[in-house]
Write a protein that binds this ligand. Structure first.
Ligand code: HEM
Length: 179
């Protein structure tokens, strides 16, 4: 966003001319920063940020989205993949064959989130190994990861994560090879 600072500069020159004692230390910089912040906040309120697919949801649309009923579904890696917060608004993620609706954790898994790799995917291996690297994800056209090479510590870590997800999110389906 381009911000023309000339108006601010002129404003400060005028204010400081009226109150010379204030024109010292960090106060002018603090005032300038707060001014820019206020302009930005007003701008963002009037023009909310567009979603990655270009769509802007207003409060009513968001409420509608969140009230869509959850239907327990069998997913394959291919049908789960669109639920990554970009193609489908809802964010789903599989852990040990169970699919959780993690939409409430959009800041973690949604577009741009630190764990967005897991969205729409089987996150089991990444959770077990404590890594969100791309190679933790099984390609969607490959068989579901059997996880049979995990050591005890990794199995424990995965089980702990499973408990975390089961306690925090709604389970909305299962991950199957095909149905
Ligand atoms: C650089 C090191 C890391 C930092 C600083 C970090 C930071 C965080 C923080 C602050 C939370 C939020 C906790 C909460 O409010 O409940 C969180 C949650 C989480 N982290 Fe990390 N994390 C790191 C590494 C990892 C790694 C390597 C993984 C890969 C498996 C991971 C997976 C998760 C998951 C799955 C959640 C739970 C989100 C949820 O509750 O839905 N984190 N992390």
């Amino acid at each position: 966003m381009m911000v023309d600072l000339t108006a601010f500069q002129n404003y400060y020159k005028n204010v400081m001319a009226l109150a010379p004692g204030v024109n010292s230390g960090y106060i002018p910089y603090l005032n300038a920063s707060l001014g820019i912040l206020s302009v930005y906040l007003v701008y963002r309120t009037i023009f909310p940020p567009a979603r990655p697919n270009g769509q802007v949801l207003n409060a009513q649309q968001q409420a509608k989205q969140e009230s869509q009923p959850l239907v327990y579904t069998k997913f394959t890696p291919t049908t789960l993949q669109p639920f990554n917060g970009v193609i489908e608004e809802r964010v789903l993620m599989a852990v040990k064959g169970r699919v959780y609706d993690v939409s409430a954790g959009r800041t973690f898994y949604g577009p741009g989130g630190p764990y967005s790799n897991f969205a729409g995917r089987d996150a089991s291996r990444g959770l077990a190994k404590g890594s969100f690297d791309e190679e933790m994800l099984t390609p969607i056209d490959m068989p579901i990861d059997p996880l049979d090479d995990l050591n005890e510590e990794e199995i424990q870590a995965l089980n702990d994560w499973e408990q975390h997800f089961a306690g925090k999110y709604l389970r909305c389906g299962e991950l199957v090879e095909e149905w």
